[in-house]
Design a protein around this ligand. Structure first.
Ligand code: AN0
Ligand code: CP
Length: 319
């Protein structure tokens, strides 16, 4: 595999079922393959903050025997320009083209985290920054969250659902929840994309105005009635996102969408999931996230597993 940027890289590569099988094997036996990364280097470039992605991807590389080099653009490396053809007379010191090529000269696999601009929808949905990075890196690239997707998160989410599902085809509900700042649609888009490829019954619910991009939701059950969506759910996945139509805007912070104990009582004793970081008592009440059905910590722990599986395929090379 040359890139891990969406579920399609697994579907067109090793196959999603094989990848889930391999991931569950890594979850049970983390040290099963310490040779594949030996004498190889994984470079991770962060253009945005991170706790989980940063630590879990480093940990995953260590489990495979690889070294890691981690850079935060703009603090421990130069500020990066990502637009083409601009006169670089502003605050950015280096272009992503040279940065990617140089990192590719030092490393065997590269990772990039870059959020959506939330101002230029066309550039965000063309994955302008990630695609430039891939073009110039010259080595396999793993997305550490891009403008429109977060594949390592969604893969970890799927692994978690596989581990906790009470029936072969569980009902999974993705619900929008309020947040004080404008967030990308990436986690929601990506979750929908992975769940659509998996053996689950997916329902998406959000207030009017928070419709996601047609390329992600076409054919998916979507309702503006959160209570109706939650009925009979086996998993409740909460996430905030800003508007796609009024791109990057916060249209509401309606707290009636917060996931509460009352909301959870509508479900089939559902497990609660969130990618973290989470705003308590905005997205979800303390009672739910601290309660016995919250699986946010095992979910976050599975970030090591998803990263390990993805790095395994990237280090293995084409096939
Ligand atoms: C980011 C987002 O919503 O995409 C990263 C989540 C993994 N969240 C925040 O910035 C709070
Ligand atoms: N879930 C997730 O990607 O978290 P970080 O932003 O902390 O990496």
């Amino acid at each position: 595999m040359r890139r891990f940027t969406s579920v399609h890289d697994l579907i067109n590569g090793p196959g999603l079922d094989v990848a889930i099988h391999d991931a569950l094997e890594f979850a049970r036996h983390p040290w099963i393959n310490t040779e594949i990364g030996r004498r190889r280097t994984v470079g991770l470039l962060f253009m945005n903050p991170s706790l989980r992605t940063r630590m879990s991807t480093q940990k995953a590389a260590t489990l495979m025997g690889a070294e890691t080099i981690v850079l935060n653009a703009g603090s421990d490396s130069w500020t990066l320009e990502t637009r083409d053809g601009v006169v670089m007379d502003g605050s950015s010191t280096e272009h992503i083209k040279e940065a990617a090529a140089v990192m590719g000269a030092y490393c065997d696999v590269l990772g990039l985290r870059t959020f959506a601009s939330l101002t230029d929808r066309d550039a965000d949905y063309a994955e302008d920054v990630l695609e430039k990075f891939i073009t110039h890196a010259g080595v396999p690239v793993v997305s550490l969250e891009s403008a429109t997707r977060h594949p390592l998160q969604s893969f970890a989410d799927l692994i978690t659902i596989e581990q906790f599902k009470p029936t072969p085809r569980p009902k999974v509900v993705l619900t929008w929840a309020p947040h004080p700042k404008a967030l990308p649609q990436a986690v929601a888009n990506s979750f929908i994309e992975w769940m659509s490829a998996a053996n689950v019954d997916l329902v998406v619910t959000h207030p009017k105005g928070y419709e996601l991009a047609p390329e992600f939701v076409s054919g998916v059950a979507v309702t503006n009635d959160q209570d109706e969506a939650l009925a009979g759910a086996d998993f409740v996945y909460a996430k905030n996102w800003s508007s796609y139509e009024q791109y990057g805007q916060i249209l509401s912070q309606d707290r009636s969408w917060t996931v509460t104990e009352d909301k959870m009582s509508l479900t089939n004793n559902a497990k609660f999931m969130h990618c973290l970081p989470v705003r308590r008592n905005m997205i979800v009440t303390d009672g739910v996230i601290d309660g016995p059905n919250s699986i946010v910590i095992p979910q976050a722990a599975n970030r090591v597993v998803s990263a390990q599986t993805a790095l395994y395929y990237l280090l293995k090379g084409p096939a």
